[in-house]
Write a protein that binds this ligand. Structure first.
Ligand code: NCD
Length: 311
């Protein structure tokens, strides 16, 4: 008997990796093949799904880029989307995330994308649902699709990861983007460094810290992070201007970067805080390129999970 893609999925999670939850789960071959596929898509080679699929995007935290680019990716692949609005859903009546996803599964949804404020919210779901789940951000845990689009952007620039000096700088402790990228980039052979004020360093991450002055001079890729005010619970210890001068990418610091180095940021950007306003769209900035790449990478991911049944 030949199984159709969806039947393979419904054989049960665990056998094949039919979710995308953490960059820790992906080996370099898988990462490189996703980059290759997204690259082809960016050049107009859009793969065709063999049947009509329906997906639901559950965003329990605000999102512009991730949600809209997942939506654009679905439109371009011909995937129908169910309109899930958390404030209008039974989550407000106390329904668990598990029951919400089981409900979507029961009505015939083929795939779910979830963003949630709880770290590793997916642990409770991953072995109990039979449709693919894509993690679009779990609290301060991980953000694998952001990492994959960042990797695509770096690969387009340098054609490799091995031995590149990559500094991830800013609010490391609260950043799911930092975690996913650090895991992935070190696996791919890059030299990963972090830069952060003492209170936002994360000792569980096994990477060396450098100052911002060192970061600008040594990095091939300088990945700035947004100050995650919403996860702090209190005001910053510094004014915005003080933070900018001590830990931000100022106009003066940018001048000391290598000619070939690039600036990245997952956005949204606090202009004038972690990065000078003028640098957001400067020549070495790839910030809007990252956003465009998000659509291509998410198309590659959606295609693979729906058509092939595994990542
Ligand atoms: C990031 C996120 O939500 O984690 N944004 C994004 O998805 N592009 C980073 C952030 O919010 O700072």
């Amino acid at each position: 008997m030949i199984l159709q893609p969806n039947e393979v999925l419904h054989q049960g999670a665990g056998l094949t990796m039919n979710h995308l939850l953490s960059m820790k789960d992906l080996n370099p071959e898988t990462i490189n093949s996703l980059i290759e596929e997204a690259e082809l898509i960016s050049k107009g080679k859009v793969p065709e799904l063999r049947k009509k699929f329906t997906a639901a995007y559950l965003f329990f935290e605000p999102s512009t880029r991730t949600k809209m680019s997942f939506e654009m990716a679905a439109h371009r692949l011909g995937i129908s989307l169910l309109n899930f609005v958390p404030e209008h859903s039974s989550s407000t009546k106390g329904e668990s995330l598990y029951d919400t996803v089981k409900t979507l599964e029961a009505i015939g949804t083929d795939l779910v994308v979830i963003r949630h404020s709880e770290d590793a919210y997916y642990q409770d779901l991953k072995d109990r649902i039979s449709i693919p789940l894509i993690n679009a951000g779990d609290g301060k845990g991980e953000h694998p699709t952001q990492s994959l689009l960042d990797l695509l952007t770096i690969h387009q620039e340098f054609g490799k990861f091995n031995k590149l000096n990559i500094v991830i700088a800013g609010d490391i402790f609260h950043s799911r983007v930092a975690r996913s990228n650090a895991y992935a980039l070190s696996k791919l052979g890059a030299n990963v460094y972090l830069s952060a004020p003492d209170i936002w360093q994360d000792d569980s991450l096994p990477y060396d810290y450098v100052s911002m002055d060192e970061a600008v001079e040594m990095s091939d890729v300088l990945m700035m992070l947004r100050v995650q005010h919403e996860r702090h619970g209190s005001e910053m210890d510094w004014t915005k201007e003080e933070y900018h001068q001590m830990y931000g990418l100022t106009l003066e610091r940018e001048k000391r970067m290598k000619d070939t180095s690039i600036i990245m940021h997952p956005a949204p950007v606090n202009r004038g805080v972690e990065i000078a306003d003028e640098l957001v769209e400067c020549e070495r900035s790839r910030i809007f390129k990252q956003i465009s790449n998000g659509v291509f990478m998410r198309m590659a991911i959606l295609y693979r999970l729906l058509e092939k049944g595994a990542i």
